[in-house]
Ligand binder design. Structure first.
Ligand code: NAD
Length: 259
């Protein structure tokens, strides 16, 4: 087992990519803290990993709320004694052209992706620095590297996460803390299912064409990336055996973006 008794806090882990990372880390021996918006969703995900509650904990945490993040991270440490891995994964998507984008929606998206990453990182680092070790993984996107129409705040936020990861890599090095970014292509989670009809409306094309001609057009094989693919990349970053791998971003996208 590659993560035996490591403690992982994963935000947005009641659904989609975060939930699959939680499953994969649990299978590899980690104790898991599922942090998500509501307690019931977090508890259900935690119970699906370990019904006894001994190795999985659900925590209600809006990652944009400083007090909730501080309290949630404190609960994680109280329950499991340490934090070895933080996966800052919680996110949303909102699509609209820039000239029509509502300011409130712009701020909401930046706050969830960037404030959420900052607040959870800050809280985790205090514990990781005391331990002298830790791994922080940010859920970026191909949109950390590339732009798409209709996604101004998302592309802005996902590019920003790479900057944050590089700073945390530099500051964390002296304390044995690594920071890296995963950049997935399109994965069929609720976040993507919701935007297929939205993009079809905005672009005036069919939902099938949104999938084929927008989402998967630049891939080498017309395939979606899967939650399992992304979880494997997270496991690679989380379990890497030395501090050599830090400040990096890894694209998992069926060749949509090549670097
Ligand atoms: N699905 C994709 O194609 C794709 C591609 C690249 C990157 N991503 C990124 O992966 C991450 C997970 O997305 P997903 O596709 O699994 O979506 P999802 O909608 O399945 O899951 C997102 C989770 O985040 C939670 N969440 C939302 N706002 C929150 C908040 N303020 N505080 C705490 N939790 C909150 C939701 O409750 C949900 O459980 C996001 O950061 C997303 O941008 C997704």
């Amino acid at each position: 087992m590659r993560l035996q008794d490591k403690v992982a806090v994963i935000t947005g882990a009641a659904s989609g990519i975060g939930l699959e990372i939680a499953r994969t880390f649990a299978r590899e021996g980690a104790k898991i803290v599922i942090a998500d918006l509501n307690q019931a969703g977090a508890d259900a995900a935690a119970a699906s990993l370990d019904p006894t509650g001994e190795r999985a904990l659900g925590v209600a945490m809006n990652v944009t709320d400083e007090a909730q993040v501080e309290a949630g991270m404190a609960r994680a440490v109280a329950a499991f004694g340490r934090i070895d891995i933080l996966v800052s994964n919680a996110g949303i998507q909102t699509v609209a052209p820039v000239e029509q984008f509502e300011f409130a929606k712009w701020k909401q998206l930046l706050s969830i992706h960037l404030d959420g990453a900052f607040l959870t990182t800050r809280a985790a680092l205090r514990t990781m620095y005391e331990q002298g070790s830790g791994s922080i993984i940010y859920m970026g996107s191909v949109h950390s590297k590339e732009a798409s129409a209709l996604k101004a705040p998302y592309v802005t936020a996902k590019h920003g996460l790479i900057g944050l990861a590089k700073v945390v890599a530099k500051e964390g090095a002296a304390h044995g803390v690594r920071a890296n970014v995963i950049c997935p292509g399109f994965v069929r989670t609720p976040l993507v299912e919701k935007q297929i009809p939205e993009q079809a409306r905005e672009l005036g094309i069919s939902e099938e064409d949104v999938v084929k001609k927008v989402m998967l057009k630049e891939t080498v094989d017309g395939e979606f990336t899967t939650v399992e693919d992304v979880a494997e990349a997270a496991l690679f970053f989380a379990s890497f055996g030395s501090n050599a791998l830090t400040g990096q971003s890894l694209v998992v996208s069926h060749g949509w973006f090549m670097q």
